[in-house]
Design a protein. Structure first.
Length: 406
């Protein structure tokens, strides 16, 4: 009897180990619809700042929540790169996208320079449609990590040249950075290169509407992206026709449809830019814009709750923000009133000098420790099919495997 049991359990164990033998449950399969949102520079404290501001708006010290922080699963990801405690966006983007740590400034390659395969590429091969979007340039570090392979994230032109090779279905962003190569170079404009290689490049909504039914490969660029080397905040004078990040997600859904499975990566790229400058209110408003983009996915989830996975995470923190600073801490609310008044006065356009900005943060009791990135773990919020895999501690290089159900 003992022997029979032993043989039985041996057979059972080997059956489990060999997944082709067991009935691979639907639970192990990637979700049909996958949304991955990356708030560039959106660490725990940037999220806390935003929720503190929302609470202030309600006359409270706390309790207001961003929609995605209410997701049922909360994980936390280590972010260091191979060669630094503190990562950059390309190394973190590569870890998230490709499941491998790499050196800072490397993009889509491991620390030895070997090309890696991103989760988007794997899913594309499995029949998923892929949409990659950001409110910064489509050849910037985070979007680039999903399709490019370079040992230097500053090779914007080369990253842009890799875009058509991806075969992904939809891209959107503020522009194409360094569209003729670096200073002194005068290479074929990236948009014409990309068009020659099978994509339609549309600038603004009017061109999008005119072209969307006649192509199945689209690069949507903001209308203001026609100007070369666009490099400014949405709030700093983009053209009226330019669309918000949530509208980009809506556009992706419009273009990709829902008949076939899809993977959408959406980056809130300007959270990082605002936090590099230690601009408290700009950081908060960038996160509120990012939340609106996540909300489009939540609406989609509500229509397809069994088949949709939404992940919201960050590549790293930026600026070392803190709720509270200095020796003269007072038991009253953070001075969101001062920060808000300054933003209203300037209508988000006239920027304060670095000294004026620091003085304002000091008065508001909001601390910032650096103009660079920071090395603490970042949050990961998950909701939907397979979300439970993202509970607890993980490394940012674990995300790809968890998405794929490995
Ligand atoms: Zn940064």
């Amino acid at each position: 009897m003992k022997k029979v049991l032993y043989i039985f359990s041996l057979a059972f164990a080997s059956c489990l180990a060999f997944s082709g033998c067991s009935n691979t449950s639907d639970e192990d399969q990637p979700a049909k619809y996958i949304f991955l949102f990356i708030g560039d520079g959106m660490g725990h404290t940037q999220v806390s700042l935003t929720e503190s501001y929302l609470s202030y708006k309600e006359g409270k010290f706390g309790g207001e929540r961003l929609s995605f922080t209410e997701f049922p699963i909360l994980g936390t990801c280590e972010t260091h790169s191979v060669d630094y405690n503190v990562t950059c966006s390309s190394a973190a983007g590569t870890a998230i996208a490709c499941g491998n740590k790499t050196n800072n400034n490397y993009i889509g390659v491991d620390a030895d320079g070997k090309a890696l395969e991103s989760v988007a590429t794997v899913l594309k091969k499995e029949g998923y449609k892929v949409g990659i979007m950001s409110n910064v340039q489509v050849n910037h570090a985070t979007p680039g990590a999903f399709y490019a392979h370079q040992d230097d994230r500053n090779k914007y032109y080369e990253i842009g040249m890799e875009l058509p090779e991806s075969g992904f279905d939809f891209f959107a962003g503020s522009g194409l950075y360094k569209p003729r190569g670096h200073k002194g170079e005068n290479r074929e404009p990236l948009d014409s290169y990309i068009e020659r290689n099978g994509y339609e490049v549309c600038y603004g909504m009017e061109e999008y509407r005119g072209q969307k039914d006649s192509t199945d490969k689209m690069v949507f660029i903001q209308a203001s992206g026609r100007k070369e080397d666009t490099d400014f905040y949405v709030s700093d004078g983009r053209e009226e026709e330019d669309i918000s990040l949530d509208a980009m997600v809506t556009l992706a859904l419009d273009f990709l449809g829902e008949d076939e499975p899809f993977f959408i990566m959406c980056e809130g790229g300007e959270i990082d830019w605002a936090a590099h400058e230690n601009k408290t209110m700009e950081t908060v408003h960038q996160i509120l814009d990012f939340e609106k983009a996540v909300n489009v996915a939540i609406e989609f989830y509500n229509r397809h709750p069994e088949e949709t996975l939404i992940l919201v995470t960050a590549d790293h923190g930026t600026g070392g923000a803190a709720l509270g600073q200095g020796p003269d801490w007072r038991p009253e609310n953070f001075r969101w009133d001062l920060l808000e008044a300054q933003r209203n006065e300037s209508q988000g356009k006239v920027s304060l000098s670095a000294e004026e900005n620091k003085a304002l943060n000091d008065r508001a009791q909001i601390g910032w420790t650096t103009h660079n990135h920071t090395g603490e773990p970042v949050p990961l919020y998950a909701k939907g099919k397979g979300a439970e895999r993202f509970s607890g501690r993980m490394d940012n290089s674990d995300i790809k495997g968890k998405i794929l159900g490995e």
